[in-house]
Design a protein around this ligand. Structure first.
Ligand SMILES: [Zn+2]
Ligand SMILES: [Zn+2]
Length: 338
């Protein structure tokens, strides 16, 4: 086996991707080296590409939707062995010692790592990952399908399952794109009466196929009014990264309704608190989850047949693949195969 590997790195903030031959990294204590079979491209990779996240050092290999196989284990790693199929997502490890970690809130770790951001990620043939950031990939799940579940999947699955919605409750998913096409599948399979909200009427058929019970064309109908006509939403999962989109649906919340943002608008959102008080409703947000949450996401996806729609690219075509994601042209998630 050669001691080098192909990797796509961002040489400095704002620069173009470059393909390089690099030293194959060796796993340090507590780390595992993963041979990458697939790595999804996520909108959050723009943080690395454009340097808009504090504390990233360059050059940096992006990629936080890694699916592959354990290739080598470092000292003190006992739970994983060479050949195990594993995945790693945004949550790239935690310290076990800070106050949130002591309370079991690993996502809140004050010294947490982020895959492909605070250390090199999966736009490469190999990546080293802290052992506590690994999820087991189920046998029945292909690496290319697992990859998007490690960010887009876990984000929507974990957000929905941590709401107060129960079977039969009205749950709306706003946006039928990279996150939303998974959110609709999860909402349906979790037993919710599922509404897909989209400004693209051509998504109707797909949304219904994915499991939506209702489709609301937000370009020609008032989504809040439609949700109220259906009884008011217990949950609205916001995947559209636009303040106007959020503002257009909050009025559709019912009693104890929760708006949960997983798509992040680049601007401030204005909310009519008066309208929330009487309904005891809330507007909040959710981010991702830890490695076991990722594993739950993949296991549920296999159990209930949730599949991401993907386009695959060779590692050498990372720039083209990234542009496709950025221009919102992909249906729906873009995956690199190193
Ligand atoms: Zn992501
Ligand atoms: Zn910690």
């Amino acid at each position: 086996m050669s001691d080098t590997m192909r990797a796509v790195q961002v040489p400095e903030a704002g620069a173009d991707f470059e393909m390089v031959e690099r030293e194959r990294p060796n796993p340090g204590p507590g780390e595992v080296r993963v041979a990458v079979d697939a790595c999804g491209i996520c909108h959050s990779d723009a943080f690395v590409k454009e340097g808009t996240y504090p504390g990233v050092s360059y050059p940096r290999v992006p990629g936080h939707e890694i699916a592959g196989r354990v290739d080598a284990v470092g000292e003190r790693v006992t739970g994983w062995a060479a050949g195990d199929r594993v995945g790693a997502g945004w949550h790239g490890g935690h310290c076990f010692e800070c106050e949130p970690c002591r309370r079991g809130d690993f996502q809140g770790c004050e010294h947490g790592d982020i895959t492909g951001l605070t250390f090199d990620g999966g736009y490469a043939e190999y990546a080293t990952v802290p052992a506590e950031a690994l999820a087991a990939v189920p046998d029945d799940l292909d690496a290319v399908d697992a990859a998007p579940l490690l960010c887009a999947g876990i984000t929507t699955f974990n957000a929905l399952r941590n709401t107060g919605a129960g079977p039969g409750d009205l749950v709306a998913v706003q946006g039928v794109g990279g996150l939303g096409h998974l959110g609709v599948q999860y909402a349906h399979r979790m037993g919710f009466e599922t509404v897909a909200l989209s400004r693209s009427p051509d998504k109707r058929e797909l949304a219904l196929e994915l499991g939506a019970d209702h489709f609301v064309d937000a370009s020609s109908e008032d989504p809040a009014e439609r949700l109220q006509a259906l009884g008011g939403a217990r949950v609205i999962l916001g995947t559209a990264p636009s303040a106007a989109a959020v503002e257009s649906v909050v009025g559709g919340l019912g009693r104890d309704g929760e708006f949960v943002a997983v798509g992040v608008p680049g601007e401030e959102v204005s909310v009519d608190v008066q309208g929330l008080v009487g309904k005891r409703a809330s507007v909040g947000a959710w981010s991702s989850g830890h490695a076991r949450d990722s594993q739950d996401t993949m296991e549920f996806s296999v159990l209930r047949d949730v599949t991401p729609e993907i386009e695959t690219y060779d590692l050498a075509d990372a720039s083209e693949a990234y542009e496709r994601m950025l221009e919102n042209e992909a249906r729906f998630r873009v995956v690199l195969e190193p």
